[in-house]
Design a protein around this ligand. Structure first.
Ligand SMILES: Nc1ncnc2c1ncn2[C@@H]1O[C@H](COP(=O)(O)OP(=O)(O)O)[C@@H](O)[C@H]1O
Ligand SMILES: C=C(OP(=O)(O)O)C(=O)O
Ligand SMILES: [Mn+2]
Length: 527
């Protein structure tokens, strides 16, 4: 058992208040309620609201510019440099702020594979944040706890607001990581997702050093042990589609791929619950129970969640341990994937709902990462915004995209993985005109890709994007497969498709180093 002195010494903290170290789920729920941090709901889940910040705040995220990492970071809008002096004084401020406070500490891991896991510590001023950390990260056994020494620490102090004038931040909010101190400081925001995604960003930096590919994807396993990956930016369907009663869930958001196979970086899921229904997403619905955390979900006077209410945000969330999904793989480890699905939510409504990619197309689309930012997931995003998010996870990648893409290319070649592009976005017209692809159709298409039904299908190449579209897919009406057929005006489709193709070409300019064969795998030049 660690004492207050140990904890203080390790980080140079001066915690003098009560330290709640590795409380159980029940204790944390009790504390959170006692402290008035939220409400118990009729489902048994705890519900918190987060105020101003209900999604990630990428503009307030910084990496400390330190010599050891300087040359390995892809500096820019995603990875904004913070001067080490600025970090040090922010750290001082955080220490002073925490000095007299009651704190909650979780010790666990990022990564289920003992060969690659990172021992982490999460220090919170709010009990529900610590409950979130406990449910989302990998929970250690009692035995593992005995020898646990954190290699990275997250300190989340939502009640501390920075002063941009004196603290060198952009706003009152900061998500700042220092690889020298091995500390992430989060302040000014209560959105719990910042904690898990900042550790993910750290893993995206650290894992490649061990020749492990970090991936923004969900993963599940079929009855024969076959593993599938679903890459996609926020809101594209990683969590929804990986929760499949016919397959066991490995993880819903973050994985590593090593020579051993794949492993979950987390121990829990973080599902969007806007519009959640028992009928369409039974597994997620049933996972919301005691021990789960609901974030910004509106409750009625009986404390029943109203999943259709977006008054607080579109980005309502449920966090729960993987154990809440029946049949989940514990620990979350799988073999080398045989099928990889790239999920895109195409707001243009022109990409086919499913297409098979050649290895070159796979590299082209992985680097491009075309999709939309969906409402509420990032601060300021109120409707789907077309974006190119390289590796389907640009906000979380500290290193240049080429590093991750090369690892994926090698692994796909080595393990002969089949790659599909699945559009879970708009069909029948662009956003505003068309509708989001029916979830039951997407599920059927995914099933066909995973069970091999599409292996022997005939395909027709799309004339603009060169994507191989299956002529038939079980349980999916034929006309849905060809997006041009779903538009009222086919000429309007052609126009929009050319516009998107042009955007792909413009975006791909920045990848100067890629081979000609990959470049050629993009949309065809105008005839
Ligand atoms: N065709 C579809 N495929 C996947 N998700 C869909 C589809 N249509 C609507 N949705 C909704 O989109 C959201 C996908 O979110 P989620 O699975 O949490 O994405 P991610 O995990 O990638 O952030 C869910 O709310 C889901 O109900
Ligand atoms: C947690 C997040 O990711 P996702 O929507 O992919 O689950 C997020 O973007 O804040
Ligand atoms: Mn998700």
């Amino acid at each position: 058992m660690l004492t207050q002195t140990n904890i203080n010494q390790e980080l140079g903290l001066s915690l003098q208040g009560t330290i709640h170290h590795n409380l159980t789920t029940a204790q944390l729920v009790e504390k959170a309620l006692e402290r008035g941090e939220g409400d118990l709901t009729s489902t048994g889940a705890f519900r918190a609201t987060t105020g101003k910040y209900t999604g990630r705040s990428p503009k307030d995220k910084f990496i400390v510019d330190e010599p050891s990492i300087r040359d390995h970071i892809d500096w820019g809008n995603v990875n904004q440099p913070m001067d080490s002096k600025v970090f040090d004084s922010l750290f001082m401020k955080v220490k002073a702020y925490l000095q007299e406070k009651e704190v909650f500490i979780f010790d666990g891991f990022a990564g289920t594979d003992p060969d690659y896991r990172l021992p982490i510590r999460v220090i919170n001023e709010e009990a529900w944040h610590n409950l979130f950390a406990r449910q989302l990260f990998v929970r250690p056994s009692q035995e593992e706890l005995k020898s646990h020494r954190p290699s990275f620490t997250v300190i989340s102090v939502p009640g501390l607001q920075a002063d941009p004038e004196t603290d060198g931040t952009r706003s009152e909010t900061f998500i700042a990581v220092s690889f020298t101190h091995r500390v992430i400081l989060i302040g000014g925001t209560r959105y719990a997702g910042e904690m898990k995604k900042s550790i993910f960003s750290v893993m995206n930096y650290l894992l490649p050093e061990q020749s492990v590919m970090p991936m923004h994807c969900s993963a599940n396993k079929g009855k024969d042990g076959d593993t599938a990956l679903f890459f996609g930016l926020s809101g594209t369907g990683k969590t929804t589609l990986s929760a499949d009663p016919d397959r066991s869930l490995i993880g819903d958001d973050e994985h590593g791929w090593s020579d051993n196979g794949i492993f979950n970086i987390e121990g829990g899921c973080y599902a969007k619950c806007i519009g959640l229904s028992q009928e369409k997403e039974p597994q997620i619905w049933n996972a919301i129970r005691f021990g789960s955390v609901l974030e910004n979900v509106v409750l009625d006077s009986f404390r029943n969640p109203d999943y259709d209410d977006n008054t607080l945000t579109e980005n309502t969330r449920a966090a729960y341990p993987v154990e809440h999904i029946p049949g989940a793989e514990i620990p979350g480890i799988g073999s080398h994937p045989g099928v990889i699905i790239f999920l895109t939510a195409d707001a243009f409504g022109v990409l086919p709902p499913i297409s098979k990619l050649t290895p070159e197309q796979a590299m082209y689309h992985f680097l491009s990462g075309y999709t939309s930012k969906l409402a509420g997931t990032e601060r300021g995003v109120t409707q789907p915004e077309a974006t190119f998010s390289t590796c389907f996870g640009a906000p979380f990648l500290p290193r240049p995209a080429g590093i991750y893409a090369e690892m994926l290319g090698n692994k796909i070649a080595k393990h002969q993985a089949k790659v599909y592009l699945v559009n879970t976005g708009w069909s029948g017209g662009p956003y505003g005109v068309g509708k989001r692809m029916k979830l039951s159709y997407t599920r059927s298409m995914v099933r066909a890709a995973l069970d091999g039904s599409l292996d022997h299908a005939s395909f027709t190449p799309d004339p603009i994007f060169g994507l191989a579209i299956p002529d038939h897919c079980p349980e999916v009406p034929k006309e849905v497969l060809q997006p041009r057929n779903t538009w009222e005006d086919p000429d309007a489709y052609d126009l929009k498709a050319s516009e998107l193709a042009e955007r792909f070409r413009q975006n791909f300019w920045k990848f100067q180093d890629v081979s000609e064969s990959i470049r050629q795998a993009g949309p065809k030049e105008k005839l």
